[in-house]
Design a protein. Sequence first.
Length: 295
Amino acid sequence: MRSLLFVPGNRADMLDRARTVPADVLVPDLHNSVPPREKERGRQVIADALPALAGGRRRIIPRLNPMHTGLTEDDLAAVAGPHIQGVTMGMTSTVDDVRLLDAMLAKAETNAGLRPASLKLVLWIETALSLVNAFELCRASPRLVAVASAIEGFTVDMGVERTFEWEDEQVQEHYLLSRTAVAARAAGVQALDAACLVVGDEERLAKEAHRARLLGYTGKFAIHPRQVEQVNRLFTPSEREVARARRVLQAASEAESQGRGATTLDGILVDAPVIARARALLARLDAITQHESGR
């Protein structure tokens, strides 16, 4: 999952247009983008749109309202079915929260006639408690395939002003992004970066994506269709990276044929960790290529 596009769940026109956007995942949203009076109608709008959205092997992961709203179970009942691959939900701070959601998903699968454990889960790390519990949350359910970090909710919970000054933001987000990425890697799930909230600022989006990739994130949410192609590009290995990885493997192969376990390339050591990183990058490229060819 490189790009995950939020689409307001109460906007049938926007859900229809989203079918042409090349996002890896569409996220029909029942939470922040739907006002309270529109929640029930939003469920029906999404339910009606799901068959068309899911065409062409499109992955659909609706965002539910958090547990404390009392809306989660009804949201899930409305969207659960063969057209979605899972759900995402924020404000989940404890293992008990995840287990409760897991039970709701099991019930929804039964009611919808789905295979047990077929619905996956993407959680958000966006409170102080969820960050402290990040590793345990990542391991709380076998359904969980990814976690996302969200500075908006985190700064609210921490009682600090959200800044969009890049140097200040680096300070605000560093611990959240780093700890979330490490917890995800340790638990064997994907780390996803939150969306760039400054729509139209391609330079800022590129900075956010670069920072996220350096920390181990492999995908990013989007809040506008125009962000999607850039996110896909930024989270796909570049031609330069691919060429370098192939040269690393070639150099390693030549060294091995000479009975050496390490060598140098352009003056830089090439040993087992470097070789493993090159192989992982090429494997990721293969997975992306296969996904795009089958879309």
